[in-house]
Design a protein around this ligand. Structure first.
Ligand SMILES: C[S@@+](CC[C@H](N)C(=O)[O-])C[C@H]1O[C@@H](n2cnc3c(N)ncnc32)[C@H](O)[C@@H]1O
Length: 313
């Protein structure tokens, strides 16, 4: 239940993140017993590169605390959508946190928003959408892949999020989003190979007061084709973004100190020699440099507005 609300103490049934280092994190369900491959019930012991952890021993510990493993230690963290995106089992390509933040901002989501998402895929975006719109909003998420739907549904249950999400197995390009969502929705998000085929179906779900449609596509040809369809169907304010991260590192570094005083005067060779000598002096200065290289293109995010009934031509 720990995805649902902020907690201090770990309880039985929580999902926690075991943090060994940024590139080595695991999600664990805090229960005493698990089933092995033969279907037999065994003690829930989790193996890491620093030894084993009896998972049930986490009950009563504080979130954020350091826990002992048989050959080292790790931190036990409360799960967040950002951490989940880093460790979730990939069943599809997923959307990562920098793109997710831009998507949520562009769709103007907030607690209470009613949102459609398709396809659900691995549920990476879904977790962030749910955190943004709860407790009074709702996410309707669709995917036509049976196994992905049932795995995502089990995850939402395990994470205590099922009250905020309705998951349906459906080909939205053929069947649409259903009568029950007609004019109920604030925003529709599409992560599909053919988003243009879902535009007409999306329109009927948007509130009469208007709404947003956002889609994520890796290729510019998909963007062009969908934008053409959006314009034809009356969408306005179309904008496409590519979210590229450029991380800068702030740290102390030894740099030569330039003495530019000499530029004020006529100088001889001797002066220049003295000046070069001075330049060799170094000082530790606070500097900003590029950090390690980060992933580049993931996809294009396009946002469009559907005007309210009275403002439509
Ligand atoms: C790239 S994945 C979505 C990943 C997801 N946004 C995430 O962050 O985890 C695309 C998903 O769309 C689903 N899909 C493709 N076409 C569809 C359609 N016409 N109707 C419903 N789902 C569809 C696929 O089964 C796949 O799971």
């Amino acid at each position: 239940m720990s995805f649902n609300k902020s907690k201090e103490i770990i309880e039985e049934g929580d999902v926690v993140i075991l943090y060994l280092k940024p590139s080595n994190m695991h999600s664990l369900e805090v229960k005493a017993k698990i089933l092995n491959k033969k279907g037999e019930e065994i003690d829930n012991v989790f193996q890491t590169v620093y030894g084993a952890l009896k998972v049930f021993s986490l009950v009563g510990q504080k979130y954020g605390s350091k826990v002992e493993l048989s050959r080292g230690w790790a931190y036990v963290l409360q799960p967040t959508p950002e951490l989940w995106t880093q460790i979730l089992p990939h069943r599809t390509q997923i959307i990562y946190s920098p793109d997710i933040s831009l998507i949520i901002y562009l769709m103007e989501l907030r607690p209470g928003s009613i949102v459609i998402e398709t396809g659900t895929g691995s549920g990476s975006l879904s977790h962030s959408l749910i955190r943004t719109i709860r407790p009074s909003g709702h996410l309707y998420t669709f995917d036509f892949h049976e196994q992905r739907v049932s795995l995502a549904s089990a995850e939402f249950n395990r994470h205590g999020l099922s009250n905020y999400v309705t998951l349906k197995e459906r080909d939205v390009c053929v069947e649409g989003f259903g009568e029950e969502l007609k004019h109920k929705v604030d925003a529709v998000f599409l992560d599909l190979p053919h988003p243009w085929l879902a535009v007409e179906h999306a329109i009927v779900t948007l509130k009469r007061t208007g709404g947003k449609l956002c889609f994520f596509s890796p290729c510019i040809e998909q963007v062009q084709r969908t934008c053409t369809e959006l314009s034809l169907k009356g969408f306005i304010e179309l904008n496409t973004y590519e979210c590229l991260q450029r991380e800068m590192k702030v740290h102390y570094k030894s740099l030569p100190v330039l003495d530019l005083e000499c530029l004020k005067y006529k100088h001889t060779h001797e002066d220049m020699a003295q000046r070069n000598e001075k330049e060799k002096q170094e000082e530790k200065l606070l500097t900003v440099t590029h950090a390690h290289s980060l992933p580049g293109h993931t996809g294009f995010i396009t946002i469009a507005t559907f005007p309210p009934d009275h403002a439509r031509k």
